[in-house]
Design a protein around this ligand. Structure first.
Ligand code: ZN
Length: 122
């Protein structure tokens, strides 16, 4: 299971709150399952209030940076502005990377809730 330190969790929540009612999204990197780097990405989904699609250029740049700074890709995150932090059907359908975590920031509760989902290998 990956770990996300408190100050980065606060950053994820802040990103989610800025983008609401749209879902925010981004990429998490670090070493030994400990997240230390967050890449904020653009959500280019057709219906960004209920799904997310990481901008291809943002993802490419993040992946290159992860290599450049010697980190590992640890996960993707996105927000659920009004829903629980459970994986939606769309989230499962779009989980192309089965060896990394899917982190969801839910703004449906006060305080916001962050959950880490790790899918079984495909
Ligand atoms: Zn979702």
């Amino acid at each position: 299971m990956i770990t996300i330190p408190a100050h980065l969790r606060e950053g994820l929540i802040a990103h989610a709150q800025r983008e609401a009612p749209r879902e925010c999204c981004g990429i998490l990197a670090g070493l030994d399952s400990a997240v230390d780097t967050v890449y904020l990405c653009r959500n280019v989904a057709p219906a960004p209030d209920r799904e997310y699609l990481v901008d291809a250029r943002d993802q490419r740049e993040a992946f290159q940076s992860i290599v450049d700074i010697g980190r590992d890709l640890l996960g993707f995150y996105h927000s659920h502005p009004a829903a629980s932090p459970a994986l939606s059907l769309s989230d499962r359908a779009h989980a192309y990377y089965h060896d990394v975590a899917i982190v969801i920031v839910s703004l449906a509760t006060d305080p916001p809730e962050i959950t880490i989902h790790e899918l079984a290998p495909a």
